[in-house]
Design a protein around this ligand. Structure first.
Ligand SMILES: Nc1ncnc2c1ncn2[C@@H]1O[C@H](COP(=O)(O)OP(=O)(O)OP(=O)(O)O)[C@@H](O)[C@H]1O
Length: 256
């Protein structure tokens, strides 16, 4: 569904991604893990088309993307759920979720409200449409941002996100609120019998275990390890052992 071939990215002299190859298949749940500052969010932003790679190619359903998302027409929609829910504080929940439809579609207000309400129901927030983000908890704000990511024009199926990119969706949440989000991610994946695809960046052990089918470990600009959740527990790969044990001794250099 998405393929990165030889993608590199640096900021100044800081080489963040170094010739990365990556394939994500239809219906797959892929987690990208690795120490802080290794380029996980950078990969997501490149896949979303928000950031240009310095080198390499990005294919979406076999079609090469040229440029960024505003000048490219990907054959499928790719939605991103940001680490901070990134909601507009001065807009209500309903206005946030329906933002792109209110701005860019000719749908009637009542039609948009119906779509928004359905999507808020899907994330378990059917009753908060007229509240403001500041009146919600962190977990609720994250759920609102999920509802926004899956909101698309009903007559433009290409705009519906078939691939969702989650950047640390459970960061800062307590274990129970994290479970709610993890369950929701899996529920949103398999709606109406069709399983969509997602990529998740997370540091949280429970989120890795509960939301990933396949895991890649990114370090020093490269994919250093790839496997399943259960293989993270059995592998003797030194990077994986150190990462999951939290030890400061090992090949991963501790910054700061
Ligand atoms: N716009 C930017 N300008 C300059 N440097 C950047 C920019 N965006 C990211 N970086 C740098 O690129 C590196 C990778 O950042 P990125 O946010 O992708 O890491 P990450 O693996 O997601 O980290 P974390 O786990 O801490 O969220 C970091 O050293 C960061 O400082």
């Amino acid at each position: 569904m998405i393929e990165l071939r030889g993608v590199s990215k640096k900021f100044g002299n800081n080489v963040v991604l170094d010739n990365v190859d990556l394939k994500i298949h239809q219906g797959e749940a892929l987690a990208i893990i690795g120490p802080s500052g290794t380029g996980k969010s950078t990969i997501l932003r490149i896949i979303a088309g928000l950031l240009a790679a310095d080198a390499g190619e990005i294919y979406v359903q076999g079609q090469r993307r040229q440029g960024l998302i505003e000048d490219a027409s990907d054959p499928i929609g790719i939605g991103m759920v940001f680490q901070q829910a990134a909601l507009f504080d001065s807009l209500t929940v309903e206005e946030n979720v329906g933002f792109s439809l209110f701005q860019h579609s000719r749908l009637k207000r009542s039609q948009i409200r119906k779509i928004v309400h359905q999507n808020l129901e899907m994330v378990g927030l059917g009753r908060v449409g007229d509240r403001y983000p500041a009146e919600l908890s962190g977990g609720m704000r994250k759920r609102v941002s999920f509802a926004r990511a899956i909101t698309a024009h009903p007559h433009k199926p290409k705009e519906a996100a078939e691939v969702l990119l989650y950047d640390e969706p459970t960061a800062g949440l307590d274990p129970i609120a994290s479970t709610v989000i993890e369950d929701l991610i899996r529920q949103l994946q398999c709606m109406q019998g069709v399983c969509s695809t997602y990529i998740i960046v997370t540091h949280q052990d429970s989120t890795i275990r509960r939301t990933a089918d396949r895991i890649i470990f990114l370090y020093q600009g490269k994919v250093q390890w790839e496997g399943t959740v259960s293989e993270t527990q059995t592998t003797d790969h030194p990077l994986i052992r150190q990462f999951f044990s939290g030890s400061i001794e090992g090949p991963i250099q501790v910054i700061g």
